[in-house]
Design a protein around this ligand. Structure first.
Ligand code: ARG
Length: 562
């Protein structure tokens, strides 16, 4: 792609007679917010000393000397030099590039021959897939897609919570109050109510906690009955999670969860001992992390039980060996940030520099009435029910607006689920989100369905047109120029979005594109049979390419007819 900024930079560098390096010029160049200030702007303040003149007069004298391909004019505006591209020439090259490359436009090389491992979703077995896990799932999947767009090989890992004391509780509760038929009929709901009942009854009867602890011990020691129940709970839960992943169109390369590391922790513990990092504290084995200003990382409890952190240490070594990662991302709520700092610090202390490539990607909570949603208190909303409801609502909407549409069910799924995905991804990930089904399912404003509708509208224009798109000539009106400038930025937005591990960068950008396009649609007669029709159709086609690819990168589906 033509680098317009570089053309301007070279021009300025020669006009300024080497007073500033090209690099320094590039750094100073700004992108004006208002179209009236041009497409690029250069502030002259830093030149005042060298030229012994006011920035405004430098701007005045320099602007008139600037000329070049794709530059229509350069204007002095106070201390700034404002550059206006020649819209027609520039839009022709931009659109041509997008039309030729299609899905390849925005495909980068940054991560060539590199691997990004992404640990996300990672729900806990025998607990429902809650809204809390939704964020990890959709952010993680979008980051995986973004990594791939940046050229990385992405490895998606579901670090299932399939080990831990909760299994002692579940086994206890199941043996006391459960029935096999009920579990078979409605596994997660039944397991959840057993789990909730355990906590309710344990408040009055603390002996239950002891029983749960000893069942967990049995499980760790290989007790057959405990093992069979564990496996059964795990299988039934996985079936249910799988249904959600299918609805969301998400796949994983590995479901190695916490239990997978049962036999992989001992070697890490031995290495910690050999490196004299393990110390005793109240009977437990810990790694002290005073220099890092962190609480000690608990490796083994006084009863010998291993911990969440022990498994994450083993997992990090396993992943490094298995995938040789360049990035290892953990998409997990911010409430676990100390945990991940501890794990990383321990690996660093063991002498492994690659710990620097491990990044915790935190995010805020879903709140309900301002409170954290918790599994124990039953203050939980089942994701699957939310998804079903969203799809139903989308279906009603379609039934009302376009009853004759083909593939109504498919479109309703794309729209309902798209609404939920986008509602999450457009938020800066650190923000808490108040859970409101109503908000999520609004199909207007800055929503997923708005993007999908806009894209389908563009597709429909292309179907209706009597002519074919061609970028042989460009466009010179200001509405199309606003869109074209945005489309030009797409590769850079992909890069930013991944480098900041923030799908919201891409999500917000797509809203900008859709809004600019809808403005154009409202102001310009796109299908008018005049000399400009081919170029206008080229722009419409370029919009569908970017919107479709961008939405797919976020994990959404893109119906061509709605
Ligand atoms: N299962 C955990 C939870 O629900 C998340 C696991 C995140 N991944 C990890 N490697 N620790 O809180």
């Amino acid at each position: 792609m033509i680098n317009f900024k570089a053309i301007f930079t070279a021009q300025l560098a020669s006009v300024l007679n080497g007073q500033l390096s090209e690099e320094a010029i590039t750094d100073l160049i700004e992108t004006p917010k208002k179209p009236a200030h041009g497409d690029l702007a250069f502030p002259c303040f830093t030149l005042a000393k060298a030229f012994r003149k006011s920035p405004a007069s430098i701007a005045e004298e320099t602007a008139c000397q600037i000329q070049g391909p794709y530059i229509e004019k350069a204007e002095a505006a106070g201390p700034y030099i404002n550059i206006f591209y020649s819209k027609e020439a520039a839009s022709a090259v931009i659109m041509e590039k997008i039309l030729i490359e299609e899905k390849e436009y925005g495909q980068l090389n940054d991560g060539a021959d590199k691997t990004a491992v992404l640990d996300f979703s990672s729900p806990n077995i025998a607990k429902p897939f809650s809204m809390g896990h939704l964020r990890s799932t959709v952010i993680g999947n979008a980051l995986g897609n973004l990594a791939e767009k940046c050229g990385y090989k992405a490895v998606r890992i579901n670090h299932l919570g399939d080990w831990g004391t909760q299994f002692g509780k579940l086994i206890t509760a199941y043996k006391k109050w459960g029935s096999p038929d009920k579990v078979k009929e409605n596994p997660i709901k039944e397991l959840l109510s057993l789990y909730i009942r355990f906590h309710e009854e344990a408040e009055a009867n603390p002996a239950l906690e002891d029983e749960a602890r000893s069942w967990f011990k049995e499980l760790e020691n290989g007790n057959k009955e405990a093992g069979i129940l564990w496996n059964w709970f795990r299988e039934e839960s996985l079936k249910e999670f799988q249904r959600v992943y299918d609805m969301l169109g998400i796949h994983f390369d590995s479901y190695n969860g916490e239990a997978f590391y049962n036999d992989k922790m001992e070697s890490v513990i031995e290495e910690l001992i050999a490196k004299e990092l393990l110390t005793e504290s109240d009977g437990a084995d810990v790694v002290q992390l005073p220099d890092e200003d962190l609480p000690p990382c608990l490796i083994k409890k006084s009863d010998g039980a291993t911990l969440y952190a022990t498994r994450d240490l083993a997992a990090a070594f396993y992943r490094k060996a298995a995938y040789q990662f360049d990035h290892s991302l953990y998409i997990v709520g911010q409430e676990q940030s100390i945990h991940f700092r501890q794990v990383k610090s321990v690996i660093k202390k063991m002498g492994y520099e690659w710990a620097d490539n491990m990044t915790h990607v935190p995010f805020g909570l879903y709140l309900k009435d301002g409170k954290k949603m918790s599994t124990r208190k039953g203050r939980v909303i089942l994701l699957e029910e939310v998804l079903d409801e969203a799809v139903l609502l989308a279906k009603n909407n379609i039934e009302a607006k376009s009853p004759g549409l083909e593939n109504k069910n498919e479109v309703a799924e794309a729209v309902g689920i798209g609404a939920i995905l986008f509602h999450d991804l457009k938020n800066d990930r650190m923000n808490n989100i108040e859970f409101s089904l109503e908000d999520m399912l609004t199909f207007e404003g800055e929503t997923g369905p708005y993007l999908q509708y806009t894209n389908a509208r563009a597709y429909s224009l292309l179907r209706k047109a009597d002519d074919l798109p061609s970028a042989k000539n460009g466009l010179s009106d200001s509405y199309s120029w606003e869109i074209t400038k945005l489309l030009y930025q797409y590769p850079e937005k992909i890069r930013q979005s991944y480098m900041q591990f923030s799908p919201s960068v891409l999500a917000k950008y797509l809203i900008d594109v859709a809004q600019a396009f809808n403005k154009y649609y409202g102001q310009v007669r796109i299908l008018e049979n005049d000399a400009g029709i081919k170029a206008r159709l080229a722009l419409v086609k370029a919009v569908t390419i970017i919107l479709s690819d961008g939405m797919q990168t976020l994990g959404m589906k893109v119906p061509q007819k709605m």
